[in-house]
Ligand binder design. Structure first.
Ligand code: SF4
Ligand code: SF4
Length: 120
């Protein structure tokens, strides 16, 4: 079970008020030594076609719980992650209790990064 995630990539189809509505995300960045080498590969720019193709990866239960909770994060994805140099990486799953994905200007996954990366 991954922890709570917040995300500043506002142009991503999965971003709802700074939270991620995907069921699963994939963070890439093998052989890297800082946040800069990481990317949220699941980023998809907003748009009708992307909203449709993304439908199967929507966390509907999490979205529903989040409606009733303003103060806590109820909606967070499972995080698969290739950044094996990160202390939070456990068999390619993220074990951090709070993850911050950064990407306020991102128009593709290349503009995002995991701020929580911490090298071993
Ligand atoms: S960039 Fe990644 S973490 Fe952020 S909302 Fe999109 S899919 Fe979720
Ligand atoms: S905190 Fe580490 S293990 Fe978790 S998603 Fe970010 S880089 Fe991957």
């Amino acid at each position: 079970m991954s922890g709570k995630l917040s995300c500043s990539a506002g142009k991503c189809v999965n971003n709802i008020n700074g939270l991620c509505s995907a069921n699963n995300i994939h963070v890439v960045g093998s052989e890297i030594h800082s946040s800069k080498g990481t990317e949220c590969e699941t980023f998809m720019q907003r748009g009708f076609m992307n909203a449709m193709s993304n439908f199967t990866n929507m966390n509907l239960v999490g979205e529903f719980k989040q409606i009733f909770s303003r103060d806590s994060i109820e909606m967070s994805p499972e995080i698969k992650c290739e950044a094996e140099n990160c202390v939070y990486n456990a068999d390619r799953l993220c074990s951090a209790s709070n993850v911050q994905v950064y990407g306020p200007d991102a128009r593709s996954s290349g503009g995002t990064q995991c701020e929580t990366f911490k090298e071993h």
